[in-house]
Design a protein around this ligand. Structure first.
Ligand code: TRP
Length: 369
């Protein structure tokens, strides 16, 4: 591959291209609302820990809505990604079962969704070989998400797997021919890389004879609209800071966490994320839980102070979480069910991956029998 063909993945992070991505994403949302049948989404998570409200409002809730709208829904449990960018997360099997349990608890429909760890889909992983031939080392080195993961990994040297991670993620997306990928902005460079791979594949190997469509559609990002929520101390919500509300917590644990939430000494409650991040975050969580406007929520509490705010937030979140917790407890008590969901999903993912790999071998003139 020539240098001139390198893509500038860094540019996927600049303002203008972010606007463009948002535009594309908004158009897609309109189309999905009209008719969801042409859409297949693939998205996923690394199985690194328990899911919390940040995940719920930031992505899970949206995924459930997309599935209800009729979008064909595929979820990759990125277990190989854990050996890519983490030293250890504890028992991986437990993490995977926990993640699937959370998915089912929030309302992902296991009858329709495909939920699979990518380690269990050999042909998906094999796609990495032809895909690797379509990228250059310099574009991988310039991938901002790879850089960020590398910086976050402490002093570990860059592994070959981390450097080529975007190609692996492209395989996650392209093996099932997903055309939409609900993700956060931080994943835009990976998505651009997946699009570039799809495009270069077609350019180099052409389309199947007589085909109207290329083997790989160009996947587009569906950006989450939800504002990101903070932890209860006003910092980024993250497990290691003990400032989260996990989906698996009880109502009492949730109340206790909220009681200790950081606020400020101003009596009147307002929604002012810039100047009052902690108070505004509690207002925001309440608004998200009740599908209301945060300014209206703040106005209603008014002079009630942070005591009332915490009480209102606790009630709103516990009410929203009640059915999720009930389902979570049910699923947790029935791990055989989770295993069945995994088994049938892995089978479907393998069927799909084998079909795609066959098409790829054909395009590469590598079918011999
Ligand atoms: N890399 C994503 C993350 O860190 C998880 C992921 C793996 C993913 N494969 C994917 C997301 C495919 C979307 C599509 O959160």
């Amino acid at each position: 591959m020539q240098n001139a063909e390198d893509v500038d993945l860094e540019s996927t992070m600049d303002e203008a291209s972010l606007r463009r991505s948002e535009q594309v994403s908004d158009d897609l949302k309109r189309k999905i609302a009209e008719d969801a049948s042409p859409f297949r989404m693939l998205t996923g998570d690394r199985p690194t820990g328990k899911l919390h409200l940040g995940h719920y409002f930031g992505s899970l809730r949206n995924r459930v809505e997309l599935q209800h709208a009729g979008v064909d829904s595929w979820f990759v449990v990125a277990d190989y990604q854990v050996i890519t960018d983490r030293d250890a997360v504890g028992e991986i099997r437990e993490r995977v079962y926990g993640l699937v349990t959370d998915y089912l608890a929030v309302g992902i429909d296991p009858e329709k969704a495909v939920i699979f760890p990518h380690s269990q889909v050999a042909a998906l992983n094999e796609l990495m070989l032809p895909f690797l031939s379509l990228v250059t080392d310099s574009e991988l080195r310039r991938n901002p998400t790879v850089k960020a993961e590398f910086d976050a990994s402490g002093n570990r040297p860059m592994s070959g797997l981390l450097l080529t991670y975007p190609v692996h993620q492209a395989a996650d997306i392209l093996f099932c021919k997903a055309n939409i990928v609900p993700v956060g902005k931080d994943q835009l460079p990976h998505l651009e890389q997946a699009r570039v791979i799809a495009q270069r594949f077609e350019k180099r190997y052409g389309r199947p004879e007589g085909a109207k469509h290329p083997i790989f559609p160009r996947p587009q990002a569906l950006l989450s609209e939800a504002p990101s929520v903070l932890g209860l101390d006003g910092q980024k919500m993250s497990k290691s800071r003990h400032n989260t509300i996990e989906l698996g917590m009880s109502a009492d644990e949730t109340a206790a966490r909220l009681k200790k939430a950081v606020t400020d000494s101003e009596r009147t409650i307002t929604y002012d994320p810039v100047n009052r991040p902690e108070v505004s975050n509690l207002v925001q969580l309440t608004a998200l839980a009740t599908n209301r406007d945060p300014v209206a929520v703040a106005d209603e509490i008014g002079d009630g102070g942070s005591g009332t705010l915490k009480k209102v937030a606790t009630e709103a979140l516990n009410e929203m979480l009640a059915p999720i917790r009930a389902r979570r407890a049910e699923v947790e008590a029935n791990q055989d069910f989770v295993r069945d969901v995994l088994r049938s999903s892995i089978e479907r993912a393998n069927d799909q991956a084998n079909d795609t790999l066959r098409e790829v071998h054909k395009a590469l003139r590598m079918s011999y029998l």
